[in-house]
Design a protein around this ligand. Structure first.
Ligand code: P6P
Length: 335
């Protein structure tokens, strides 16, 4: 059922989840608990990210991190925090992380969900103080308790996701997610340690003034991408590219625009990962009224074959995506 009861801006994530729970009487609450666990890890990572610059000198100030270990690289630290929060929460039976080759069993045999995540994408941006993000994708577990390996749990395909979202560690920390009933945004108030509802129903504008891609790859791009970029420039669109996926995606979600990570001769499937980058961002954009495509098919229709497979990503406002896909088909016709 579409969520008709718009929740008042300013309520906490906790209260928002409880009210939504009431609207889904048969929901048993595990997914809500899972979202709480993700939000908790996000709060902890937000604190670490915002101290990162200091961590190099905290040693000099005699401080150690909680484990008293040498300061970890932030993406390693974030991975540990999300795995710990999901393990302690009890709802997640296994995790696929960008940081780990194989699946991580959480030791929650009765957990009804599995989570695929990029705990901290764009970590190369941390040392230069650029916004970074966590991306997550949630599936109901389909493997039987104590059953064979959980491979099948993670290779259900994009349209089997029950929830998806990201946490952006930017000028403020935001949690943006969907459970299939629209896209909701929460903003973190550090002095209170709470996420507050700030964007009850996010929709991407149908058209937008922005295109985002790494034009340094121009000579490697397919002809249809160059044709599309030329049209963007003829229309005097603005080039905006942070080089941090969650930051670029989030900005375009609000301004309208298109983000592209196209295939190149050296990377025939681009650079971004299907299961924990392209699928969740594609679910979000479709819920927000936009489109996500690989250039060959909608992202959510790509058949998953391996945990860390890549996929080209074109994602954003419907009108810009339609123009791009026209360039794809006219190139196909010409060839
Ligand atoms: P390029 C960061 O390394 C990342 O995975 C995304 O966050 C970002 O959008 C992309 O790669 C940047 O890649 O090739 O433009 O440097």
């Amino acid at each position: 059922t579409e969520n008709t009861l718009a929740q008042p801006v300013g309520i906490t994530l906790e209260r928002y989840i409880m009210r939504k729970q009431a609207e889904f009487p048969y929901a048993t609450g595990e997914l809500s608990q899972l979202l709480r666990d993700i939000a908790l890890a996000g709060k902890i990572v937000s604190r670490e990210v915002n101290r990162a610059g200091l961590s190099r000198i905290t040693g000099a100030m005699g401080e150690q991190n909680v484990q008293g270990e040498a300061q970890q690289k932030l993406d390693v630290e974030a991975n540990i925090r999300f795995i710990r929060a999901l393990t302690n929460g009890g709802e997640c039976c296994a995790i696929l992380s960008e940081e780990n080759e194989d699946i991580i069993e959480t030791g929650n045999p009765n957990g009804k969900y599995v989570v695929a995540m990029d705990p901290l994408d764009g970590s190369s941006n941390i040392d230069v103080n650029v916004s970074i993000g966590t991306i997550f994708s949630i599936y109901r577990r389909v493997s039987r308790v104590g059953g064979p390996s959980r491979k099948e749990d993670f290779l259900q395909g994009g349209r089997a996701q029950v929830a998806a979202g990201y946490i952006l560690y930017g000028s403020s920390t935001m949690l943006v997610y969907t459970t299939g009933h629209g896209v909701t945004g929460f903003t973190y108030e550090t002095s209170l340690g709470e996420f507050f509802l700030s964007h009850p129903d996010i929709k991407i504008p149908q058209q937008g003034p922005v295109f985002s891609c790494n034009e340094g790859h121009w000579f490697d791009y397919p002809e249809y991408v160059r044709e599309f970029l030329t049209q963007c420039k003829q229309q005097r669109l603005s080039a905006r590219y942070v080089g941090s996926l969650v930051a670029d995606y989030h900005r375009n979600l609000f301004t309208g625009g298109i983000y592209m990570y196209p295939p190149t001769p050296k990377a025939a499937l681009g650079k971004l990962r299907l299961l924990y980058e392209c699928y969740p961002l594609a679910m979000l954009i479709e819920q927000a009224g936009g489109l996500a495509h690989t250039g060959a098919e909608p992202v959510l229709d790509v058949a998953p074959t391996s945990f860390h497979q890549r996929a080209p990503l074109f994602v954003g406002s419907t009108q810009l995506m339609t123009t791009l896909l026209d360039c794809v088909s006219s190139e196909a016709l010409a060839s």
